[in-house]
Structure formats: C-alpha cells, structure tokens
Write a protein that binds this ligand. Sequence first.
Ligand code: ATP
Ligand code: MG
Length: 335
Amino acid sequence: RILKRQMECRRDIDRLNASFIEIYESLVLPQEEKAKQKQLLAVLEKLVNREWPQAKLYLYGSCANSFGVLKSDIDVCLAIEDANINKSEVLLKLADILQSDNLQNVQALPRARVPIVKLMDPVTGISCDICINNVLAVVNTKLLWDYAQIDVRLRQLAFIVKHWAKSRGVNETYQGTLSSYAYVLMCIHFLQQRRPAILPCLQEMEPTYSVTVDDIKCAYFDRVEKLQGFGSRNREPIAQLVWAFFNYWAYRHDYVNAVVSVRTGSIISKQEKDWTRRVGNDRHLICIEDPFETSHDLGRVVDKHTIKVLREEFERAADILQYDPNPCVTLFEPY
Ligand code: ATP
Ligand code: MG
C-alpha cells in the first residue's frame, strides 16, 4: 500500500510540474514582441539623437532582464554623460520632442520618485517609460539577466511568483507591497540557498565585470556561460521549488532578524545593517537588500498593514500547494 501511495504522489508531482511549465511557457514573451520593442527603441534613439547626439538609450527592467511577461511596458533609460544637466529640463524637452512625433499619451512626470516621461507608440501598441541617467537600474538589470542564464528554474520560478503576485494584488509598491524587482531577488536568493545550491553568488566570485555608478562599485563574475550546469546536482523540479519558496516565506523566514541578501548569497542580520527600527518611512518589516545600493531595503515600502496582507498571501499560497487538489487554478485566483 505504501508503494502505491508513493507512486500516486509521484504522479501528482509530475502533473503539477507539467502544469507549472505550461503556465511559464504561456507567460514568456514571444520573439515577435521582442522585435517590436527593438523597433520602437530604434525610433526613439533617432529622435533623441537629433537633440542630444551623444546620448544613448538603454532598455532596463523586465524587457531586458529576461523576466518580462506578456503585456509588460518597456522601461528605457536615457543616458546623457554631461553632469551639469538639469533632469527636469531634459525631461520636459524630451516630452516636447516625442509629442511632435506622433507618439501618443506623452506625459512628463518630473516630480515622481523616479522622474519619467510616459508614452504609447501607436505603431507597435507598446507603452514605455523613459527615465534619465538611472544607470544603476541598467546594471542591476544585467545582473538579473546574467543569473537567469545559469539555470532555467530561476525564470520558471520567478514567472510563477510574479504571475501569482499580480493576480493576488501584492505587486504594487505604491500600495505598500513589493515590486517585481524585489520578487525576482527573493527568487535568486532562494535558489542560492537550496542544498545543493541551484545558483551561485556572482558577487562573491572573482569579478569579470566592473563599473562604478554614482560612487557605487558594481562588480561581479559575469562569464555565466562558464556556469552552465552549476545547479545540475540539485534535481528538484519546479513544482517542489514553488512549494518550498512559499513555504519559506510563509513559515520559515525570520521576519524579526533576517535580511535577504543576494550580494552575499546568504541571510544577514538586521542588526548588522541597522535596520532594526523604523527610520522615517522605512519600517524594515520584510528586508531585501539591493545587491548594489546596499543601504537600500526593497521591503521598505511595506507597512504594518501590508506586511499582514503579504504574510497571509504567502500562507495562503503555501497551504494551497500543500492541500489543494487543483493548486494551479486556486493559486492564481484573482483576489
Ligand atoms: P514588470 O514586469 O512588473 O514591469 P520589472 O522587471 O520591469 O517588472 P519593476 O519593478 O517595474 O520590474 O522594475 C523595473 C526595473 O527598475 C528593475 O529591473 C530594476 O532595474 C529597477 N528598480 C525597480 N525598483 C527598484 C528599486 N526599488 N531599487 C532599485 N532599482 C529598482
Ligand atoms: Mg517594468
């Protein structure tokens, strides 16, 4: 009887795995969408270079970090070397240029936390945010992209977690829940922590890539093609990893003391970061260290109400994966 039960269990896991992989594949951006994004970038670059011949445009965020799901907007960074520019002026000028070139819904938001120009391209139907000189975001985008090349399970896990977070309404920084960027870092950290590890810690290895941005040195091992097969000693299938991820955040993470750190590939203490009490609006109720801007806690947007919402959602997900006969449907039910 035990053998029979084990075989049934096995079949359940295989079935769940197949469902998760199907969901992942349905979320991945098709090639033709990527071509459209490139096309729009080329149009924008031409317009920008008429005004600022030295300026460069970079894609960042989910359209460039390989964690882009269907229907994401694209994030673009306008890099101008001149240190004396006034960002607001450039932003307004940029909005002017774009407006006169048939782009729609052009809107400058010079007072946002990250000042941007928003627009929609009627030719490709793509919406786009352009920021100025946010080079750190371009560098952390590359880090995420590099991690994604090492083991396909990172993309699978992160797509499922992002899809869950969007369905459950816990992917809204302005409402006190976490950004997509924070969720991807949580996934990287989780896979660094598996035994055997599925991902290495690139920032602890001999650096092969190094840039200094806003006085922050960003250095890590980026020859990721050399790390193919790094995680192959760990054979955990995606269904098990999804279950363990939610189980960790529901029941095992030490919210009182622990900081998740992709930079060190380990858990570090709040004490050591001086993140033990509220400072201004930063409450540090769930702590996720930015890999480069290490004084930056990506969980700082979470307050005493939304930490409850988040933890209840983690518990709900963990319980569904444990007990629900049809978890792939229930997990993503709109809230
Ligand atoms: P989505 O598919 O939801 O748009 P995304 O990967 O574009 O996901 P966002 O959270 O919109 O994720 O962030 C876009 C990019 O902006 C990130 O990849 C990161 O480079 C940068 N970023 C976002 N939030 C922060 C932050 N708090 N600190 C530093 N960089 C950030
Ligand atoms: Mg985005």
